[in-house]
Design a protein around this ligand. Structure first.
Ligand SMILES: Nc1ncnc2c1ncn2[C@@H]1O[C@H](COP(=O)(O)OP(=O)(O)O)[C@@H](O)[C@H]1O
Ligand SMILES: [Mg+2]
Length: 227
């Protein structure tokens, strides 16, 4: 589903090598934790999958297609296939929960008559259908993050990426958010989560890819790793 072939990224302004010769493949339906110290290159790697960033050398393939060849409208179409969750929820502050989700459905061109059902269903999946009329400022951090996940999956993308999705959450909320990602994975979605949290990784023993200073230094199954 996702394939990194000898990918390096240098940020020109600072001459930082954020990734160096990364080779990695993630199969359809796989769940991967991407771990490493701050500055190891996790966010950079996820940005490449979204084509928010171009590699300095090497190539990134998603669903067999080289991202380098995508232009214009095809970039937008590609991004629809990749749901993204960040550490902060990034919801639109002046829209309610259901309006935030309707906004996505409008962009996706989903017929208006189907919106309500889709929104209720996805909010049930993340466990906060009762908050659908609330504004983001009326939500707890954990609730807002669940809405952010709902927004990422409402378009039913085959791939979901999350960058430190539990970074702002207490342990209890972190576990609940992980449960949602488990359910997304169980439904057949390919999931990559960048995280600092050993608790998270150990709570769901899956493949762990360890980045150190821009290089993949370990790639193991079973939730155990050393940085
Ligand atoms: N926009 C940028 N411009 C310059 N350097 C950057 C930029 N983004 C990240 N970096 C650098 O690239 C390296 C990898 O960063 P990042 O991918 O954010 O790591 P992580 O997400 O693992 O903390 C770090 O040294 C960071 O300082
Ligand atoms: Mg990061």
């Amino acid at each position: 589903m996702i394939h990194f072939h000898r990918v390096s990224v240098e940020y020109p302004r600072t001459k930082t090598m954020a990734l160096y010769n990364v080779n990695m493949a993630v199969k359809k339906g796989e769940f991967v934790f991407l771990v490493g110290h701050s500055g190891a290159g996790k966010s950079t790697l996820l940005s490449l999958v979204l084509k928010r960033l171009e590699p300095t050398s090497g190539a990134v393939y998603v669903a067999g297609q080289s991202l380098a060849s995508l232009r214009g409208r095809r970039v937008a179409l590609h991004r629809r296939n990749v749901g993204m969750v960040f550490q902060d929820h990034r919801l639109l502050d002046d829209l309610t929960v259901e309006e935030n989700l309707a906004f996505v459905l409008r962009v996706l061109g989903v017929e208006r008559s189907a919106w309500k059902k889709r929104i209720i269903r996805v909010l049930r999946t993340v466990g906060i259908a009762h908050k659908r009329r609330a504004y983001p400022y009326q939500l707890s951090v954990g609730e807002a993050q669940r809405v952010a996940i709902a927004r990422a999956i409402i378009g039913r993308p085959p791939v979901v990426l999350a960058d430190e999705p539990t970074g702002n959450l207490d342990p209890e909320n972190a576990v609940q958010v992980l449960e949602i990602f488990k359910a997304i994975h169980a439904a057949g979605t390919t999931v990559i989560i960048a995280t600092h949290s050993r608790e998270l990784v150990e709570a769901y023993p899956q493949r762990v890819v360890v980045l150190r200073a821009g290089q993949v230094v370990r790639d193991e199954k079973g939730g155990h790793y050393t940085l």
